[in-house]
Design a protein around this ligand. Structure first.
Ligand SMILES: N[C@@H](CCC(=O)N[C@@H](CS)C(=O)NCC(=O)O)C(=O)O
Length: 334
């Protein structure tokens, strides 16, 4: 069972996680406005991003904010990695968590009902909030990533992660990796039957094998491998969590990402790109998954390993292309 709002009322008995075939059923998001429109013009200081450091979807939005140099233009709050029956909450006393600086809310759900008192749906991160209209602009991660990269891009440092000439290619790659990889780990982890689990794990690893091959002689996913784009950030958000949680907690254990010849150096390359390391919080990632999903991990114990060194040399600077000059790697990647 999943907790959600129905007509503005918080319910804990609402819908089944899986469809009748036993597949994990991700609900569509409901706030889908874009920045750069008449209602929501690109403005510094007007918008606010809510994320969880644990969540891969929210991670994409926070990476774009960081890499584009939008931190002074779009403020941000961070929820507690543990999600209880009432949903995501604000616990500023915990490490790398903040208060809700907009409403002073205890739970993120309060923002949803402030935006729509009759809201029906889940309370998910990321959330992009508009201070002026006091509403949610958008809560679909890929749209937040795109809209930062287009409408807000000129407020930032000049980095372009969604260049017009390769936009179509980026979109295709984002779509291509979504089902088997980004959502695939969830489909494996929350599968309702052995068969569905195996199907999704196999599809996931087939897709990872193919990308490992693709990344053997190209540094990034698209643009002849020469430019870092949103597609890389989507893939990174899943890969950086993989060995710590998806491998063990979601039983995606045909291999570890750190056993791949090219995917593993690729993860380290991205991690060491200036602006990314500070968005990664492995403690939040582990705490969230292992303690929140008690249906698949009833003890709530957090797996201890593995010991990964994201800061080890990656050797991928030998390949053509590289990060934009503004994001030259720093020794510790931050
Ligand atoms: N399609 C959404 C999915 C966001 C999402 O599912 N976020 C998860 C955290 S990883 C969440 O907030 N789940 C809370 C819930 O489903 O109740 C997006 O990409 O933004």
């Amino acid at each position: 069972m999943v907790n959600m709002f129905v007509d503005g009322e918080w319910r804990t008995d609402t819908y089944e996680f899986n469809d009748e075939e036993g597949e994990f059923d991700r609900q569509p998001t409901s706030f889908r406005d874009r920045l750069g429109t008449e209602a929501f013009p690109a403005e510094s200081g007007r918008y606010h991003l809510y994320i969880s450091r644990a969540c891969p979807w929210a991670h994409g939005a926070s990476m774009v904010r960081s890499l584009l140099g939008l931190e002074d233009h779009v403020s941000m709050d961070i929820v507690d990695p543990y999600r209880d029956e009432m949903g995501w909450q604000f616990t500023p006393e915990k490490d790398d968590c903040t208060e809700d600086s907009i409403l002073g809310a205890d739970y993120l759900g309060e923002l949803y009902t402030e935006a729509d008192p009759n809201y029906t749906g889940r309370v998910t991160v990321p959330v992009l909030w508009d201070r002026e209209r006091e509403t949610i602009v958008n809560n679909e991660s890929i749209e937040v990533m795109e809209t930062f990269s287009t409408a807000m891009q000129e407020l930032g440092n000049g980095v372009d992660l969604y260049p017009e000439d390769v936009r179509e290619e980026v979109d295709e790659m984002v779509d291509r990796i979504y089902e088997p990889i980004n959502n695939g780990v969830y489909r494996a982890g929350f599968a309702g039957t052995q068969e569905v689990y195996e199907k999704n794990v196999n599809r996931l690893f087939d897709a990872l094998d193919a990308l490992d091959e693709r990344l053997a002689d190209q540094r990034y996913l698209v643009a002849d491998g020469e430019r870092l784009t949103l597609a890389d950030l989507r893939l990174f958000a899943t890969l950086v969590r993989f060995d710590h949680v998806y491998h063990t907690h979601f039983k995606c254990n045909r291999r570890l990402v750190s056993q791949y010849d090219h995917l593993w150096p690729y993860v380290r390359d991205l991690y060491q790109t200036s602006g990314i390391a500070k968005t990664v919080n492995v403690d939040h990632i582990k705490e969230h998954y292992y303690t929140t999903h008690t249906d698949i991990n009833p003890t709530g114990f957090v797996a201890v390993g593995p010991d990964l060194d994201f800061e080890a040399p990656h050797g991928r600077d030998e390949l053509p292309g590289g990060p934009p000059a503004e994001l030259a790697p720093t020794p510790r990647g931050d």
